[in-house]
Design a protein around this ligand. Structure first.
Ligand code: AMP
Length: 547
C-alpha cells in the first residue's frame, strides 16, 4: 500500500521561499574589506538571488551547467548559493587558497561555464585563465569596475527583471552544488550535492542535539563558504530564518571578535587554528570584548585540542562544540554533545567526551573496519570508519579511479581511523595512510605526536611507520627541539611510557631541524616517509639508515 502524502520536492528554492515569506525583515550582515558593515534583509537577499537566477538564464546557463564562485564569505556569495541552483544549475565553490594548477584542473574537470569572482581574486584568476574554458567571468567589485571582457555583478543584477523569475520544477535528486575535496593524495575529487541532501542536512544541523539552530540565532560562519559550503551553515540559517553575519576576507582574531561583539553573535564555526588565535587574544585581553551573547563555537576540520575546549570554558565561560565531518558528507558527521547520562559524569569524563569527535547526527550510520573485519564498539579497537546516509556521497564526479572509496554494500570509506565506544561516540586516531600497523595491531601516530609535543623540550613531532622484518611496521618519531633545549631519545621514551602500551613506543627517534608541512600547515608525512625511506629497524630493535 502506498502512503498518501504529497510528492513535495525538498529543494533549495523551497527554503528560500519560506525565508522571504516569514523572515523578510531579518538581517544579513557582511563585514566589508574596508571594515565597514554592509546590511540588508532576507527580502533583499531573495530579490537579488532571483535577479541573479534570471540574469544567468539570460546568459545561456541551462539546468545542469556548472557555475563556479571564487569568493570569500559575503552576501553576494549567499545570493549565488540560492540563485544558481534555483534554475537547476550547479553552484561550484572554488577554494581561493588552492594553487592555480589545481584550480585549472578543477575548473576543467567540472567544466565550469561561468565564474563569479571577488575583485581581489582577479590576480589568482590571471594565473590560470588561459588554461580553462570559462565562457564568462562576472566580477563582484568594490568600485563598480570590471576589467575589459568581464561583467560586473551589480550591473548584471540591475539589468535583470525579478518578475521574470519562475520557480522551476526541480527534482530533489538533481544536483544543486559541488565541491572538490582538497585531498592530500591524488587529484582533487568532486562531490556533488543534491537539493535533497542539502535540505535534509539543513534540517539535521538545526536539530537541538546537533547545533540547535533557530530563528533567534545570530550565525557567524567563519569557515569559508568554499570549504564544504561553510559546513552548510548558510543553508541552515536561511531555513530557520536566523540572522547571518559574514566575516568577509579578514579572519584575524581581533576583527572576528569585534564582529561577534558588535552583531551579538550566538553561534560561530571554524577550524581549530582560527580559535587558537581567538583564545590567545582573549587570554591577553580578557575583558576587551563582550561575548555574552555567544552560546557556542563549533570547532571542526581537524581535532579540537582538549586545552582549547578547556581554555574557552574555564577562562572565558565559552562553549566549544566539537564536530567532525567531511566534504563527502555535506559535511556534518558527528557532534560531541553530551547525552543526559554523560552530563551526570565527573567533569574530567565530560571533558574527555567533549574532546572526542562525538555521536553521529541523525541519518549518519557508522561502522569501523579493522584488518579482521568490523570492530567492536569497545573504545579500544581501531578501524577505518565507514558511513552511510542520505547526505553521504555515493560516488565522486567522473572519477572511476576512486571507486574503491565505496564498499560493495554501499558504505563510504572515510579514510579516518577511529575507535567507537559503547555509547557510539567516535574518536579519530589517524588517517588510514598514517596509522602504524604493527604485528596486526594499530598504533595511532596522532596520539604519540600529541604526547611527544607535550614534552617541554619538543617543538614539533611527527610519527611515521617504517618497515620492520618481524612486525611489518614500527613507529619512527621525527622530532624538532625547541631552541636552547636538549633531550635524549631515551628521555622521550620515558616521557611516553606511562601513557602507552610498551609496544606503542617508537623504536627510533630522529632529531631534525624542521618537519615539512602542507599549504594548510599540516605535517607532510608523505615527504617524511620519502626522507626516511631507507631507515630500517632490525628484528632486535637496532636502527640503521642504509643510504
Ligand atoms: P574536509 O573534507 O576537507 O573537510 O576534510 C575532512 C577530514 O578532516 C576528515 O576526514 C578528518 O580527517 C578531518 N577532520 C574533520 N573534522 C575533524 C575533527 N573534528 N577531528 C579530527 N579530524 C577531523
Amino acid at each position: 500500500m502506498d502512503g498518501l502524502m504529497m510528492d513535495y520536492q525538498l529543494t533549495l528554492p523551497a527554503m528560500m521561499r519560506r525565508a522571504e515569506t516569514f523572515f523578510a525583515r531579518k538581517e544579513i550582515v557582511t563585514r566589508l574589506p574596508d571594515g565597514r558593515f554592509h546590511r540588508y534583509t532576507y527580502a533583499d537577499f531573495a530579490r537579488r538571488a532571483k535577479k541573479l537566477a534570471v540574469a544567468l538564464k539570460q546568459l545561456g546557463i541551462r539546468p545542469g551547467d556548472r557555475v563556479a564562485t571564487l569568493c570569500w564569505n559575503h552576501h553576494q556569495h549567499l545570493e549565488a548559493y540560492f540563485g544558481i541552483p534555483a534554475i537547476g544549475a550547479v553552484l561550484h565553490t572554488l577554494n581561493v587558497r588552492l594553487h592555480p594548477d589545481d584550480l585549472a584542473y578543477i575548473v576543467n574537470h567540472a567544466e565550469d561555464r561561468l565564474l563569479l569572482i571577488d575583485q581581489s581574486m582577479l590576480p589568482l584568476l590571471e594565473a590560470f585563465r588561459s588554461r580553462v574554458n570559462l565562457e564568462r567571468v562576472v566580477v563582484i567589485s568594490e568600485d563598480g569596475e570590471a576589467p575589459e571582457g568581464m561583467l560586473e555583478y551589480e550591473d548584471l543584477l540591475q539589468a535583470a527583471d525579478e518578475s521574470a523569475f519562475h520557480n522551476s520544477d526541480l527534482d530533489e535528486r538533481q544536483a544543486a552544488a559541488m565541491c572538490y575535496t582538497s585531498g592530500t593524495t591524488g587529484k582533487p575529487k568532486g562531490v556533488v550535492y543534491s537539493h535533497r541532501a542539502l535540505v535534509l542536512h539543513s534540517m539535521l544541523s538545526a536539530m537541538v542535539d546537533t547545533l540547535a539552530l533557530c530563528e533567534s540565532d545570530v550565525i557567524f560562519p567563519v569557515v569559508p563558504m568554499f570549504h564544504a559550503n561553510a559546513w552548510g551553515l548558510p543553508f541552515t540559517a536561511v531555513l530557520v530564518g536566523a540572522k547571518l553575519v559574514f566575516p568577509g576576507p579578514h579572519l584575524d582574531a581581533g576583527t572576528l571578535l569585534e564582529a561577534m561583539e558588535a552583531e551579538r553573535v550566538t553561534l560561530t564555526a571554524g577550524v581549530p587554528t582560527i580559535w587558537l588565535g581567538v583564545l590567545q587574544t582573549l587570554d591577553e585581553r580578557p575583558r576587551a570584548y563582550d561575548l555574552s551573547s555567544l552560546r557556542g563555537l563549533v570547532v571542526g576540520g581537524s581535532a579540537a585540542p582538549k586545552a582549547l575546549i578547556q581554555g574557552f570554558q574555564e577562562r572565558h565561560g565559552l562553549k566549544v562544540i566539537h564536530a567532525w565531518g567531511m566534504t563527502e558528507m555535506t559535511p556534518l558527521g558527528t557532534v560531541a554533545n553530551l547525552t543526559s547520562e554523560l552530563r551526570q559524569a565527573p567533569a574530567d569524563v565530560q571533558l574527555d567526551y567533549r574532546a572526542k569527535q562525538g555521536l553521529p547526527v541523525p541519518f549518519v550510520e557508522i561502522r569501523a573496519r579493522g584488518d579482521r573485519g568490523i570492530v567492536p564498539w569497545d573504545g579500544q579497537s581501531m578501524g577505518e570508519l565507514e558511513v552511510r546516509g542520505p547526505c553521504v556521497a555515493r560516488a565522486y564526479y567522473n572519477a572511476p579511479e576512486a571507486a574503491d572509496r565505496f564498499t560493495e554494500d554501499g558504505w563510504f570509506r572515510t579514510g579516518d581511523i577511529v575507535t567507537i565506544e559503547s555509547h557510539g561516540y567516535i574518536e579519530i586516531h589517524d588517517r588510514s595512510k598514517d596509522v602504524i600497523k604493527s604485528g596486526g595491531e594499530w598504533i595511532s601516530s596522532v596520539a604519540l605526536e600529541n604526547a611527544l609535543m607535550s614534552h617541554p623540550a619538543v617543538a614539533e613531532a611527527a610519527v611515521i611507520a617504517v618497515p620492520h622484518p618481524k612486525w611489518q611496521e614500527r613507529p619512527l618519531a621525527v622530532v624538532v627541539l625547541k631552541e636552547g633545549h636538549t633531550v635524549t631519545a631515551e628521555e622521550l621514551r620515558a616521557h611516553l611510557r606511562p601513557h602507552f602500551p610498551k609496544w606503542w613506543l617508537p623504536d627510533a627517534i630522529a632529531f631534525v631541524e624542521a618537519i615539512p608541512k602542507t599549504s594548510v600547515g599540516k605535517f607532510r608525512k608523505s615527504a617524511l616517509r620519502q626522507q626516511f625511506r631507507e631507515y630500517r629497524i632490525s628484528a632486535d630493535g637496532e636502527t640503521s639508515e642504509d643510504e
